[in-house]
Write a protein that binds this ligand. Structure first.
Ligand SMILES: [Zn+2]
Length: 592
């Protein structure tokens, strides 16, 4: 008891010491006091006045975004093959992390935000119908042995499935001075050409509420969407009477998703929502299984019109399609799917199609899976999520499927490589042990968990990182290279630090400042290094800074940079990536 009283007295004494000398009017300009600045450069650094007990807050980046629907057009011109037209803007809560570095991406359409003078302020590679048309051309050429031009394919799609030409883009609103949203696409020769230019304010003014209804249920709720990856699960082909089946299917999908490494280790960063929309018919269009009796191959009236496209096309053109792989199903009402998903601030969409015929497909920006067996389909949903969220490619070769190789026009996904010439040349070299034989013989697969195994992306001349992986067989775990990419993608949506809070500086005394960065609670997932120059001065969550370490780096009056560097330390990421670190910096000095 005596000790407790003594402790309380000490705490009170300490508190009075730290606040006592900070009465308003006290000068902190005196020689020897500790000053800081939040200005960008050393030359522009000016001390921020802060009395003892006061706190200075840094800026929090804006994440507001708007969802705009565009329609893709094929122009049939060699120098400018595509165009884009504006369809509508949604008045919906939506977020986008603007500090994501633009990287060499598998996604070919390049989006830019430019200012009045045309200076590029922000850029990102995004998915679009053009990517799908390019792949469709490859598939038709190889499986149908028919040479179609993109323009012919476009006309076929436009005639039968015009809704498929719509796609949604997310435009960040926090880019100061941003006036136009501009889209580019590579020509066959590989040159980027502008295919659309839109006035951001005009699109914003045209915003309309979501037109579709749906019952939203939170399956996993970890907090405000601005700082989460929000996954929406939509219902297709479930009748009013099948609502409970959808709920169980959606729960099984959510559970499997967050049980899967590396999503499991980051599960607190996800929200998962189910949006219930009943369908008039059960199942999917053209979903009769081989040998199934009493099933009529026909269009079925479902919420997002999921269709098995091969038998549907065969029926329409009255052609024999029995030799073509019939695994591809997608929701025709893709615009409606995105618009309904926008009832919540979604980042990714999974469509559950209530069909007994197996399918998983991710060629149209959403992960689609049929719910044939609750024990099995959730794994396929996670595989498809690997495509949409992870931008990963298939690591398998399926008989009868087309090889997706289309470089240089479409760069390969991060888990697929061309013939490696040396260990160091392969893109996942960071994961290889030094003596790994390249290509890696399959009989050494247990010795070399990561190597360069031949056969991937449906091409016999391409290479995959692991003998097996979730991007190869859905029931497997993600290989290390795919897991690394998934973690990079997680930090493309959120940061390694919390978003709702600003970094702060609190004055503890004339010669003492407390620096704080918005660390997440999961401290074992991240490290923090407080640095002056190259020297790490502390690893504590908060830094109580005195004048001593500053005077070790310069004389009184010299501004030195103080950095708080937060990095993810799970080991999932081996290749240094700006997305998996967050850097906070200030200028500090001892007043001359
Ligand atoms: Zn993999």
């Amino acid at each position: 008891m005596k000790h407790l009283v003594a402790l309380a007295v000490l705490i009170l004494l300490a508190a009075s010491l730290t606040t006592g000398c900070g009465e308003p009017g006290d000068s902190l300009e005196a020689a020897g006091s500790l000053q800081f600045s939040a200005d960008e450069t050393r030359d522009s650094a000016e001390a921020i006045e802060l009395l003892v007990g006061q706190t200075h807050l840094g800026l929090v980046e804006g994440r507001e975004a708007m969802l705009v629907f565009l329609r893709g057009i094929s122009t049939n011109q060699r120098d400018k093959p595509y165009a884009v037209e504006f369809v509508r803007t949604l008045d919906a809560e939506m977020y986008s992390d603007i500090n994501v570095p633009s990287a060499n991406s598998h996604l070919i359409m390049r989006a830019e935000i430019v200012d009045e003078d045309g200076t590029v302020l922000w850029t990102e590679n995004v998915n679009s119908i053009f990517q799908s048309l390019e792949f469709l051309k490859l598939i038709l050429e190889q499986t149908g042995s028919i040479r179609f031009t993109i323009h012919q394919i476009y006309n076929l799609v436009k005639a039968d499935y015009p809704e498929l030409l719509e796609f949604a883009v997310r435009i960040p609103m926090a880019i100061e001075g941003g006036v136009h949203y501009v889209l580019h696409i590579p020509t066959d020769a590989g040159n980027l050409v502008e295919i659309g230019r839109f006035d951001i304010a005009t699109m914003k003014a045209a915003a309309k509420p979501v037109r579709f209804e749906g019952t939203v249920t939170a399956l996993v709720d970890n907090g405000p969407s601005v700082d989460k990856i929000d996954v929406v699960i939509l219902s297709d082909g479930y009748t009013e009477a099948q609502r409970e089946k959808f709920e169980l299917d959606a729960q099984a999908t959510a559970k499997r998703l967050l049980e899967t490494t590396p999503l499991y280790e980051h599960r607190d960063l996800f929200n998962i929502w189910a949006i219930w929309t009943p369908s008039k018919d059960t199942g999917a269009s053209y979903d009769c299984r081989p040998g199934q009796t009493g099933c009529e191959q026909r269009f079925r009236d479902t919420a997002y019109e999921t269709v098995f496209v091969i038998p549907a096309v065969g029926d329409k053109f009255n052609i024999d399609v029995s030799s073509i792989s019939d695994r591809v199903a997608f929701p025709v009402q893709i615009g409606k799917a995105f618009e309904t998903a926008a009832l919540v601030p979604y980042d990714e969409v999974i469509v559950l199609s209530n069909s007994q015929k197996r399918a998983g497909f991710a060629g149209l920006y959403v992960a689609l899976v049929t719910s044939w067996d609750r024990g099995e389909f959730p794994d396929v949903a996670v595989h498809e999520f690997g495509h949409t969220f992870g931008i990963l490619g298939d690591e398998y070769q399926a008989e009868g499927d087309a090889c997706y190789f289309a470089e240089p026009k479409i760069p390969l996904p991060s888990n697929i490589a061309t013939a490696p010439t040396a260990t160091s040349a392969i893109k996942w070299a960071a994961w290889l042990v030094t003596d790994t034989p390249i290509p890696t013989p399959t009989n050494l697969r247990s010795q070399y968990r990561i190597g360069a195994y031949k056969g991937a992306y449906n091409c016999d001349f391409l290479y995959r990182p692991a003998y097996d992986c979730k991007m190869n067989s859905s029931h497997q775990e993600f290989c290390a290279v795919c897991a690394e990419q998934m973690v990079r993608r997680i930090y493309s949506v959120v940061d390694v630090t919390r978003h709702e809070e600003a970094a702060s500086v609190e004055r503890l005394g004339a010669d003492r400042l407390r620096f704080r960065v918005p660390l997440r609670e999961q401290t074992r997932r991240y490290s923090i290094n407080w640095m002056i120059g190259d020297e790490v001065i502390s690893n504590n969550p908060t830094l109580d800074l005195s004048t001593r370490p500053i005077l070790a780096h310069g004389k009184a009056g010299d501004w030195v940079e103080l950095v708080g560097l937060v990095e993810e330390t799970t080991g999932f990421v081996r290749v240094e990536d700006p997305r998996t670190r967050e850097r906070f910096s200030w200028w500090v000095r001892v007043a001359p």
